[in-house]
Design a protein around this ligand. Structure first.
Ligand SMILES: Nc1ncnc2c1ncn2[C@@H]1O[C@H](COP(=O)(O)OP(=O)(O)O)[C@@H](O)[C@H]1O
Ligand SMILES: [Mg+2]
Length: 240
């Protein structure tokens, strides 16, 4: 399970502050009532958290705030020490590259092979195949898809697709990995495998947040839990 060449250890000074900070953050869609209110959150570099809450509690909305797909209606959001409200637009791509996202519905490109799906972020960044070929192959082996490298996503099982989506989300070595209900479409055994993979990634240095409403995955892991209820966040652990 070595990921020597594709490791995600943050390069920042470990004495630096949290990778993410929310102070009194609220969020709404358009003119509707706020779906998140008074959220305080601080994620230490290298921490792991589950984000739980019933359907509609605001898990996806909270993650959208972190990956900058939505703006808060109130409060302060700081990523890697930078206040995103005053961040020059030119710095947004730099911040976005440091955050990998995995979605329940995979969002793979069906006409590209498993290898090319994972390689795409690197190709877009202008890297050469000769330069990333072995990294991508190693990463695919790490997620257990070494033998399926040339397969197209429609021929993969749900668990294989989700492991491919994880490989793609981490290939550019993000500092933060967000996974939004990554086990929602999978059976319990594959869900556990996905959680083990995310915990292993965290052990290698990546800050991880995984939303799920599946308690049977959360409890045995012993990992800290953030809980959303009626738009408010509870149970921020000492580890955060
Ligand atoms: N694009 C949207 N436009 C308007 N309301 C939304 C949108 N997405 C989510 N909501 C509402 O925001 C609330 C929180 O939703 P969501 O963050 O998706 O919860 P969860 O991921 O925990 O199921 C729900 O009331 C939902 O209906
Ligand atoms: Mg959701």
């Amino acid at each position: 399970m070595s990921r020597r060449n594709v490791n995600a250890i943050p390069t920042d000074d470990p004495s630096a502050g949290p990778v993410l900070e929310f102070q009194a953050v609220a969020m709404r869609y358009g003119r509707s009532p706020e779906v998140l209110r008074d959220i305080h959150l601080s994620l230490a570099p290298g921490s792991f958290h589950f984000l739980t809450g019933a359907s509609g509690a605001g898990k996806s909305s909270l993650l959208k705030l972190i990956y900058l797909a939505h703006e808060p209606s109130r409060g302060l959001v700081r990523l890697f020490g930078r206040d995103i409200a005053t961040l020059p637009r030119s710095e947004l791509p730099w911040i976005r590259r440091r955050i990998g996202v995995v979605f329940q519905e995979y969002r793979l490109l069906d006409h590209l092979s498993a290898f090319d799906n994972v390689a795409l972020p690197l190709r877009i960044a202008g890297r050469k195949l000769s330069d990333y070929r072995s990294d991508v192959a190693e990463l695919l082996h790490w997620v257990g898809l070494g033998a399926r490298m040339h397969a197209l996503p429609p021929t993969l099982s749900g668990g294989e697709k989700q492991r491919l989506a994880i490989a793609r989300a981490v290939v550019a070595r993000p500092d933060i990995l967000l996974a939004d209900e990554p086990t929602g479409n999978l059976d319990h055994e594959m869900g556990q495998r996905i959680v083990r993979l995310l915990i292993e990634l965290n052990r290698q240095g990546t800050t991880v947040v995984v939303s799920t409403h599946d308690r049977s995955l959360v409890e045995p892991s012993g990992m800290p839990v953030l809980r959303l209820e009626a738009g408010r966040l509870y149970g921020v652990s000492a580890a955060a």
